[in-house]
Design a protein around this ligand. Structure first.
Ligand SMILES: C[S@@+](CC[C@H](N)C(=O)[O-])C[C@H]1O[C@@H](n2cnc3c(N)ncnc32)[C@H](O)[C@@H]1O
Length: 276
């Protein structure tokens, strides 16, 4: 994937990052002037960008609830982002307090903020890591004290929410397969992803402009994918009903309606949950 340049000194003088642009869109405070400027440019071409982010978070909360209620007690959240309202451990531990969550993100701001809110949550951790290096993540889980958080021999929920659209086609199978194929029986894999329907929503020019904002402001390529491309990423796992659908329509009855449902439209992101 394209290397992201981070604001290593935390002083706010560096380049925007996807994590902090997303935080800003969700109304968070863990962002700097470069992130706010990137978000401002994005909102000029995609006026509902904040709704895309909110709809994704509502989907994530519904998914975690469904999986926790199904008995999964381990969540591996790759590209977990900066904490917001209704984080994975909060939703899952409300159902089963013994649930363990490992948050992994490449952005140090996300990792520090996650560990701060995890102080009262034994069994949960946040680490800096690159999910495009899956063998390193599997190796860390197998060989370190992280195995007390995620034991891959036990049913695990693997979350790829709004992250895989940053991985180029030529890498995506190699990024996903080592962890997906390691999942034990009873595990689940979750994907939410920008779909090619964005072109219908914003036009080819709008999409090109939005991609250009991420490329120039955050050194990140955004790659929308079709439903067939996304279905293939689940490998031999079986999609749960309702399948791979607009996030707006995935078990919508389980949360407040997202902004698209209220407007009678659909999020341009697709999501699905598959189990082994
Ligand atoms: C749009 S946010 C999504 C956050 C969260 N998953 C959600 O759905 O609310 C994308 C996140 O992926 C992280 N990310 C991007 N590339 C990554 C990589 N190679 N390894 C780990 N995290 C990555 C970013 O730092 C950012 O926090």
């Amino acid at each position: 994937m394209v290397d992201q340049k981070h604001d290593g000194d935390g002083a706010g003088g560096g380049r925007a990052t996807v994590a902090r642009i997303y935080d800003y869109l969700l109304g968070g405070k863990q962002n700097f002037p470069a992130d706010r400027e990137a978000a401002r440019q994005l909102l000029q071409v995609v006026p509902d960008a904040a709704n895309v982010a909110l709809s994704n978070r509502l989907f994530l909360r519904r998914v975690v609830r469904v999986l926790a209620e199904a008995g999964i007690t381990q969540f591996l959240d790759l590209g977990s982002g900066i904490p917001t309202q209704g984080n994975v451990h909060e939703i899952a531990q409300a159902i089963n307090p013994a649930t363990r969550v490992l948050y992994v993100d490449i952005d140090p701001v996300a990792v520090v903020a996650s560990n701060e809110i995890l102080m009262g949550s034994p069994g949960c951790r946040a680490i800096e890591g690159d999910f495009t290096r899956p063998t390193q993540i599997v190796g860390a889980l197998d060989d370190s004290d992280l195995a007390t958080v995620i034991d891959l021999d036990q049913p695990t929920a693997l979350l790829y929410c709004s992250v895989l659209q940053q991985v180029p086609d030529e890498q995506i199978d190699a990024v996903i397969a080592p962890i997906r194929d390691r999942l034990a029986p009873g595990s689940a894999m979750v994907i939410s992803h920008l779909s090619t329907t964005v072109t219908e929503a914003y036009g080819a020019t709008g999409v090109a402009k939005a991609k250009n904002v991420y490329r120039t402001q955050a050194a990140t390529e955004i790659i929308p994918r079709t439903s067939d491309q996304l279905a293939a990423l689940f490998g031999d796992l079986t999609l749960l009903p309702p399948g791979l659908v607009s996030l707006t329509h995935w078990r919508a009855e389980l949360s407040e309606p997202d902004p698209y449902a209220i407007a009678g439209t659909s999020s341009p992101m697709l999501g699905g949950v598959a189990t082994r």
